[in-house]
Each structure stands twice: as C-alpha cells, then as structure tokens.
Design a protein around this ligand. Structure first.
Ligand SMILES: Nc1nc2c(ncn2[C@@H]2O[C@H](COP(=O)(O)OP(=O)(O)OP(=O)(O)O)[C@@H](O)[C@H]2O)c(=O)[nH]1
Length: 603
C-alpha cells in the first residue's frame, strides 16, 4: 500500500488505565473483529492455534479503516507491555511506530508508567495523542487529568481526546486522530531491503515466526534474505499480517508491519533489533538496533524431588526458546542438590517463569532468595561478577564491592510522601529530586540499591500509599558499598541456599528480622530447632523453633477415619514443597523469608 495511507502506532499507558479495552474497541470499530468473534477468539485461542498452526500473539495488528474523508487507511497497532520489568520491550515496539496514543485514566491521572512510557515515546521521536479514558466513571476528572498531562509530562493536552473505552464514547474520534494527526511512515519500496526485527517466537507448528517493520525496500515471499548481525541467509517461506487472524500475503513494502516464516531453525538466530536485508542486493548499513537486555535479578531454582532435575532443565530450555531475556546455568547447593542459577528482568518476570514451570510443567520448585549481581575487586586486582552468595569470596581477599543502583521515579499523592520518604531512607535511598508536578501530586526521584528493591520494596510502597504510588526505574550505575554475606544456620549447620548478601550497617537488624520470620515459617518438629544468623563466625541473631509436644494424629485417635485421612492429606500437601535439610523439614516460604521480613514493619 502507498505509505501515505499507512499509520503505525502504539498505545502506551500505565497498568490498568485501559490499553487492552481501547485496543479491543478499535478492532471492533474498524470491523476487524465483531464482538462475538472477539469473545470467540478469547475462548478458542487454543483451537485457533491448532487450526491455523500459528500462535496468536497479536503483537502487531493490521486494521483497515475507512475514514471520514472517504479514504481507506491501513492502521498497524503495535502492542507494548505495561509492567516496569519489561520497559525495554516498550522501547523496541516504539521503534516500529511513528505515533502513539497515550492513554490516561481520568479517575487516576498521570502515573509513573504514564511518564516513563511518554518519555520513551518522545525519545523515539513519536507524535503523541493524549487520550483521557474512563470518562464514564463518576470520579473522572477530565480537566485535572489534562492539567496533569501538561504539567507532569510536558505535552500539550488541549486536543486530548476524552473517551470511554468501556462504552465506546469518543473512540471514533481516536481513529480520526490517528489518521489525521499521526504522520505516515517514510521509506522507499524500491530501495534495498531494511526490515527491523522487533519480535520473534517459536511456534510448534510453523517454526520461528519473525515480526518485522519494513523501513526500506520490499520483503517478498520466496526471497532469499540475510540477517545483518550474523550474515546468515534464509528463504522466506510465507508471510502474513495479523488482523488479528493471521492472513497470508505476498509482500510487505516500506512502512508496513507483518510477520514472516523462513528456514530459520532457532529463535536465537533472530536477534531482536537486527536488520533483515536481501542477500543478493543487501543494504549498506544496519538499522540502529537495541541494547542487549541484561538480567537484573538472580535466584536459584531447585526441584523438591531431586529426580525431577532433568525435567526442570528441559522445561527451562523450552521457556528460553521464547524468552531471550531469561538466563540460566547449572549450579549446585549442598543443601538443595543440583539446580539452576537463573537471571530475570525483575521480580515479576521471576514470578511468571516460576509459575509457568509449576503449572505447565507440573514441577514442585524451591526458589532461593532473589539477589543482584555484584562486581567484586579482589586484593590481587581481579574483578569478579558474583550473583550467587555461595560464590562470595573470603572477606580478607576483598578490596571493594560495587553494587547495582537504580534511579527510581515514584509518583504519589502528597499525603503519602512522609511514609514513602521513611521507606526509601530505610532502603538506603539517596534523594535526587523532589518535585510537585501538580498541587497535590509529588514526583520523587531517588537513587536506590537494586538489592533493596528486589526484596519487598514494591509491596511496601503499595501498602504505605494504599495503592496511590507508582514506581518506575532504570539501572543507573554502581555504588561502592560494604556488603557482607550473611549465613543462616539451622540446628547449628549453615544452609548454603539460605545465605544472603546484606549491607554491613544493616546486617544486625536484617539478621534479627530474618531469623524471627523463619521461626514463624519453619513448622515445629519433634525436636527443638535453633535458627541463627551469622556473619563469618559471628552469630548476630538467634531464634528457636520449639519442639512439638504431641503427635497431631493423637487428636483423631479412635475417631472418624475420614477426618484422620483428611489431616494426613493436608500434612502431605504441606510437605510437598518442603525440603529436608539434615533432619529438619524446611518449607519453600522459609527460603523466601527475606522477602517477607518487611511485613512486620508494615503492620
Ligand atoms: N469504567 C471504565 N472502565 C474501564 C474503561 N476502560 C477500561 N476499563 C476497565 O479498567 C480495567 C483495566 O483495563 P485494561 O484494558 O485491562 O487495562 P490495560 O491498561 O490493558 O491493563 P494492563 O494490560 O494490565 O496493562 C478493566 O477492568 C477494564 O474493564 C472505561 O472507559 N471505563
């Protein structure tokens, strides 16, 4: 299609501000999907997948829209994720667009991800249309939201479009604005091919599916292509667009977005951000790519049943096929046996992977406390990267330790500022900026150690602010900090999988809180169990889990057999996620006790 009639855009928003609902409305209005189809699609996603042999991962949907000027436009809606863990994905989606709809909930106003995503869009040079959503709610305040967009984001919001994605009010104007306010893509269909890979995934039926935005030239079915980063050549076997149903097409010209399937065997060949060109007539240069994504949070994953270790490895390999941001390597622990050290983008990412392993692969897992990666300079000058407490060097050999720092933006209402300041101080934060963005909304900018954030920061922030604080962060360098390794001893024996890295000045407090939490989490056993926290040979805290006095079954003795069975089953259920260490059964929760020590301060 003539590029003049193409519009490529993304919808960006803070979580829950209505991005998905608005996308659905746009699809419905352009006739891409009827309401019935939309429901059917959700319900039959699995069947559809089987039938068409393609994963429905509608990351780029093509809609045909006949505008009020009588012209039919091709609109490509490119999806972006909302959570802070995945902000790099937002960035790569935005590289394929000329414009963005910035959706802001009229009852909530501007939040941290509204800001972060808007800045990313501005950074990519996109034209932005502010859309004020949820105007059907009684608490909606259009004027105030408009003001917040102008003051906090710095965008002109005079022409912001008030809509209700729920009732459909105002949504038609959004489509007109996309056509008339966003620029068409540039590019020459006759130039040498340059197509930007912005997503790819492995489909069990079709192999590797690659989503591209053609910047220059034309991509055709049957073409021999080359990936510019590694020089590898492939044949394009089929191509298509998602409407959101997959529809086969013969070519994609400059400005268009779509997918292709080639003779590519593994997803790892298709690097996100890479440029696809023609093998015979290649382009002179690559398109500007994306930075490699690095995992920020690390934890050990072990199976409760050591026989399932190979199953865990197979499952991790399968997951990695479609998630190149996730990393793992074998590790072993004296306490837990063979497992894997895994790297994630953030805590949410870790939870998602863990849940998928448990649900889709039916594995019972023990996860160790999440931590970050340190750079340690030894006295002999060598620099180590350490993300596993059990690899922590002897303190006498350490010259300096650098820990990763983030820059966090917290947006909140004035009344919660006091509580939040206390929290960030406790988490070793350093204030960078304090700014009123509206008369009642405050934007706090802090530098904070990432290791404090991965613990319970987000939950505590939510609870202190009753949900009225939003957080966004980026990595922002390193601090030299006196970190120490804290060991946990159970019945006098150190359990390597329980060790954590803490700041020296907070070690005593942390140790006390941690063993006290563990005392709550470790069930009473037939004998007394001592739990101690130690730094080197120095014990900094101790608690005791007292011995069980009575057999639990004694209560049912002679009683109803079904009750007895129930009790036994319940016990078995509880045992499932326990690991016996020495003579003591330790439940999964105790391995993650460090994530929960803040709970007591919260109350
Ligand atoms: N009253 C009202 N509710 C809305 C409107 N738009 C969306 N919602 C509701 O707001 C909630 C969040 O909407 P989603 O569309 O899932 O939001 P999202 O931004 O896609 O959320 P994430 O996918 O989690 O980022 C849902 O419960 C919607 O039903 C609206 O215009 N009015």
């Amino acid at each position: 299609m003539d590029a003049r009639f193409i519009r490529n855009f993304a919808i960006i928003a803070h979580i829950d501000h209505g991005k998905s609902t608005l996308s659905d409305r746009l699809l419905e209005l352009t006739g891409s999907l009827t309401q019935r189809e939309m429901q059917a699609q959700v319900l039959d996603a699995m069947d559809l997948e089987r039938e068409r042999g393609i994963t429905i991962k509608a990351h780029a949907v093509r809609m045909m829209y006949k505008a009020n000027d009588g012209v039919t436009y091709q609109l490509n809606l490119i999806d972006t994720p909302g959570h802070v863990d995945f902000s790099y994905e937002v960035s790569r989606s935005l590289s394929s667009c000329e414009g963005a709809l910035l959706v802001v909930d009229a009852s909530q106003g501007v939040e941290a991800q509204t800001l972060a995503n808007a800045y990313l869009a501005i950074h990519h040079g996109l034209e932005i249309i502010p859309v004020i959503n949820k105007i059907d709610l009684p608490s909606a305040d259009i004027l105030r939201t408009q003001e917040a967009i102008e003051k906090a984001v710095g965008l002109d919001a005079t022409d912001a479009i008030p809509v209700s994605a729920k009732t459909g009010q105002g949504v038609a104007e959004v489509l007109e604005a996309v056509v008339h306010r966003l620029p068409p893509p540039k590019g020459d269909p006759a130039a040498p091919l340059q197509a930007l890979i912005f997503d790819s995934w492995f489909d069990a039926y079709r192999g590797v599916i690659v989503l591209v935005r053609v910047m220059q030239g034309t991509l055709r079915k049957g073409q021999r292509i080359k990936l510019m980063s590694n020089g590898k050549g492939f044949d394009v076997e089929s191509m298509g667009v998602l409407t959101p149903k997959p529809v086969e097409i013969g070519e994609l010209v400059a400005g268009e977005v779509g997918f292709f399937v080639a003779t590519i065997k593994t997803v790892s060949d298709t690097k996100i951000g890479d440029t696809v060109t023609d093998e015979e007539h290649p382009a002179d240069s690559q398109l500007p790519g994306f930075e490699d994504i690095k995992p920020m949070v690390f934890a050990g994953l072990y199976t409760v049943d050591s026989h399932e270790h190979t199953m865990l490895r197979d499952a991790l390999e399968k997951l990695r096929l479609n998630d190149s941001s996730f990393f793992f390597e074998p590790e072993s622990s004296e306490a837990l046996g063979f497992g894997f050290r895994c790297g994630f983008l953030g805590l949410l990412h870790m939870e998602i992977i863990q849940e998928r392993l448990e649900r889709e692969y039916e594995l019972d897992l023990i996860t160790t406390a999440p931590g970050v990666r340190y750079h340690i300079t030894l006295t002999d000058g060598t620099v180590l990267e350490v993300d596993n407490p059990s690899r922590w060097p002897e303190p006498t050999n350490i010259e300096a330790i650098r820990e990763p720092i983030i820059k966090a933006q917290i947006l909140t209402n004035e009344e919660y500022v006091g509580g939040i300041l206390k929290l960030v101080e406790e988490k070793r934060g350093k204030q960078v900026n304090f700014e009123y963005v509206t008369p009642t909304r405050v934007l706090l900018t802090y530098e904070l150690p990432l290791n404090e954030i991965v613990l319970d920061f987000y939950d505590r922030l939510k609870s202190i602010s009753r949900g009225y604080a939003s957080l966004d962060y980026q990595l922002a360098g390193e601090w030299v900090s006196p970190m120490v390794k804290m060991d946990i001893l159970v019945s006098g024996e150190p359990v390597d999988a329980l060790s954590i890295i803490v700041h020296r000045d907070f070690a005593y407090e942390r140790g006390k809180a941690l063993v006290s939490k563990m005392r709550e989490l470790i069930p009473r056993q037939q004998f007394e169990v001592a739990i101690q926290a130690a730094i080197g040979s120095k014990i900094v805290a101790r608690e005791t889990v007292t011995a069980l006095r009575k057999n639990v079954l004694a209560k049912c003795y002679g009683g109803d057999i079904s009750r007895k069975r129930k009790l036994l089953e319940k016990q078995k259920e509880g045992k499932k996620r326990m690991k016996r260490i020495g003579k003591v059964d330790i439940p999964q929760e105790a391995f993650l006790a460090v994530l929960r020590v803040g709970e007591d301060q919260q109350k």
